[in-house]
Design a protein around this ligand. Structure first.
Ligand SMILES: NC(=O)c1ccc[n+]([C@@H]2O[C@H](COP(=O)([O-])OP(=O)(O)OC[C@H]3O[C@@H](n4cnc5c(N)ncnc54)[C@H](OP(=O)(O)O)[C@@H]3O)[C@@H](O)[C@H]2O)c1
Length: 303
């Protein structure tokens, strides 16, 4: 039984991590900004914790004395990060500095979740050995956090992921749930054909995180679903899986969208290292959408 602190446990990945580690009978403490945990499982404890508050981070970590800290918390709205730069830096960089400081005192290892936005998307798919060059402020902040960990000297793993999707309790819309919501409401939607990457089911990523600990493989990994696809083609597959009307989905180019933050277009990950080191096969799109649909039916999210 391991002692695991999971930050951002009310978010999508945080919820999947709680469920994954609780099912392994670990001693789990979840934390997030809010007064209560959204998951009702009784087998984990919860504490509200703003990671920007250095003193409280130290206090909580020192009291619980985790062996592992899984940091899923982040300011994840990439367009808002471009505008609210101070909040982005405090949440995505300074918070990690606070976790490192606290982890050192109790000899805890950190697993940090990062992103393909550390790359510029000119020459994907990317390996771990490729040089990052973020386009936007979110990517810059996530890369700065990676570098803090690398320079910290503490035991750590960095898992870069992308197009994270899944079903959770009271979570914000992700690509998949957005598509379903719009199509169920019979709304026409435009989806880009020129942003490519590996969609990643949050349940699968939580399993990969668990494998990092179980196999004691602390390293930098590209951690995503197996297949690379453009967003438009992925939207069509989601519609197929949920038997929704595909004719409502229209192709568009990123240049027509005017998104605030620049996107790495030709992204994607090569995941050989992760699959070899963790002795795991990540999911195909078909497999992950099938699992996602099961979760969706169980949770019946109010979209
Ligand atoms: N979503 C993607 O497509 C994607 C792609 C690549 C990488 N990632 C990375 O994957 C990780 C998990 O993403 P996710 O989609 O599960 O995120 P999420 O659903 O937005 O969850 C993040 C959680 O962290 C909380 N949080 C924000 N600021 C905090 C603070 N100062 N102290 C403590 N908690 C705080 C959030 O609370 P509020 O909701 O109240 O702000 C939220 O509950 C993140 O590190 C993200 O950068 C995500």
């Amino acid at each position: 039984m391991e002692k695991i602190l999971i930050t951002g446990c009310n978010g999508l990945l945080g919820q999947k991590c709680i469920q994954t580690f609780v099912s392994q009978k670990d001693d789990v403490l979840g934390c997030d900004l809010h007064d209560r945990a959204v998951l009702k499982e009784k087998s984990f404890r919860y504490v509200n914790l703003d990671l920007v508050d250095r003193t409280r981070v130290k206090e909580i970590v020192n009291k619980f004395k985790p062996m592992y800290i899984i940091n899923t918390a982040a300011f994840t709205n990439v367009d808002a990060c471009e505008i609210e730069r101070e909040k982005c830096w405090k949440t995505n960089v300074e918070a990690v500095e606070h976790l490192i400081y606290a982890a050192k005192k109790v000899d805890a290892a950190i697993i940090q979740i990062s992103t393909d936005y550390v790359f510029n998307g000119e020459s994907g798919p990317y390996r771990e050995s490729d040089t990052p060059n973020p386009l936007g402020y979110y990517g810059k902040s996530k890369l700065a956090a990676e570098n803090l960990l690398i320079e910290s000297g503490i035991k750590h793993a960095i898992l870069r992921t992308m197009i994270l999707y899944g079903c959770g309790v009271n979570i914000r819309l992700n690509f998949t749930t957005w598509i379903i919501k719009k199509l169920k409401n019979k709304e026409n939607i435009s989806v880009v054909t020129d942003q490519i990457g590996n969609p990643t089911l949050a349940n699968d990523l939580a399993y990969m995180i668990r494998q990092v600990i179980n196999k004691n493989k602390f390293d930098l990994y590209h951690a995503s679903g197996k297949e690379i696809i453009d967003r438009y083609a992925f939207a069509l597959k989601i519609a197929d899986q949920f038997k929704l009307d595909k004719s409502l989905i229209h192709p568009i180019k990123s240049s027509e969208l005017n998104q605030t933050a620049p996107r790495p277009l030709n992204s994607g990950f090569i995941i050989d290292k992760l699959e070899t080191d963790l002795s795991t096969e990540t999911l195909t799109i078909k497999e992950s959408l099938t699992l996602f649909k099961k979760d969706y039916k169980k949770l019946k999210p109010a979209l």
